[in-house]
Design a protein around this ligand. Structure first.
Ligand SMILES: NC(=O)c1ccc[n+]([C@@H]2O[C@H](COP(=O)([O-])OP(=O)(O)OC[C@H]3O[C@@H](n4cnc5c(N)ncnc54)[C@H](O)[C@@H]3O)[C@@H](O)[C@H]2O)c1
Length: 266
């Protein structure tokens, strides 16, 4: 299913680590739909994953940037505009990491220094990206900025730990900055709240496999996979969604509207 709906658009995709990453699929789908893109990830991640294979396949460049560093973001935006020959039309923030979850700290015994890093990487980086892009006047009018979120921002999923707060902050930044971007350049800002998805970040959550099955049964359409999330991102980057902004958009096969699923009781 390709319709060239991103033809002529220029985008930056954060967070493609390996071929399971949601951002990996988004990058592939954006290229298929005719967009010109630049890939970026934290310098440390570039060593681990296969991002350079993806760049080769899509005939594009990788520009390293730690999303918590304003200096790195300035460099990324400047070099991207230079490479693609103009301002940016869309950006995907597909970044999440919890130090306390990684180190298996219980929610009632969190390390606050680690929490600061979690919030910086997973949420404040989104504000940093938007503020840097605004100061550099890097976005074209009617552009689209997206970040990926999870329903633990609204409801309690105990094993998601401090990432719940990180996602709540992320969604709030999308709403608040969405106002300023709309006024400045009619740029829209949204978060997509995605189903559990089998990726490096997703699988790091305790009990992920069991929970993945639970969510799949709870969702009338089943869990949304990474490829369908990529299709939704493409739609949100396209001109067909120009009046959608400051929203948290559920992409979860119906999970968020369910109360009880008989399948779970069987
Ligand atoms: N997998 C799921 O179940 C699921 C569900 C809902 C939302 N999400 C969200 O989707 C997004 C993408 O995650 P994923 O599941 O594709 O996993 P992933 O592990 O493939 O992607 C996470 C990315 O964040 C990058 N990253 C970490 N620290 C960074 C930094 N300082 N600067 C720049 N990049 C950094 C990693 O290198 C990696 O590429 C995350 O925001 C995640 O919370 C995932």
């Amino acid at each position: 299913m390709t319709n060239g709906i991103l033809k002529g658009k220029k985008g930056i995709i954060f967070g493609a680590l390996d071929d399971k990453s949601i951002a990996w699929k988004v990058a592939e789908r954006c290229a298929e739909e005719g967009a010109q893109i630049v890939l970026t990830n934290a310098p440390v991640a570039l060593r681990m994953g296969g991002i350079y294979d993806l760049a080769k396949k899509l005939n594009t460049e990788v520009i390293p940037a730690d999303a918590t560093s304003v200096e790195d973001l300035e460099n990324l935006l400047a070099r991207s505009m230079e490479l693609m020959g103009g301002k940016i039309d869309f950006m995907l923030h597909s970044i999440g990491m919890s130090v306390n979850v990684r180190k298996k700290k219980e929610y009632t015994d969190l390390n606050y220094e680690w929490m600061k890093t979690t919030l910086d990487v997973s949420a404040i980086s989104f504000h940093k990206l938007m503020q840097t892009a605004m100061k550099m006047d890097a976005m074209n009018e009617w552009g689209s900025i997206l970040a990926l979120s999870y329903i633990a921002a609204q409801r309690v999923f105990p094993d998601y730990s401090e990432m719940a707060e990180a996602k709540a902050l992320l969604e709030s930044f999308a709403r608040s900055f969405g106002y300023h971007w709309a006024k400045k350049a009619k740029v829209r800002v949204n978060t997509i709240s995605q189903s559990p998805t089998v990726t490096t970040a997703g699988s790091g959550v305790k009990g992920f496999t069991d929970f993945f099955g639970y969510a799949d049964k709870m969702s009338p359409l089943g869990n949304a996979d990474a490829l369908s999330c990529a299709d939704y991102c493409v739609a949100m980057f396209s001109d067909y969604t120009r009046m959608v902004t400051m929203q948290n958009l559920y992409h979860d096969g119906g999970f968020s509207s369910m109360g009880m699923a008989p399948e779970i009781l069987e």
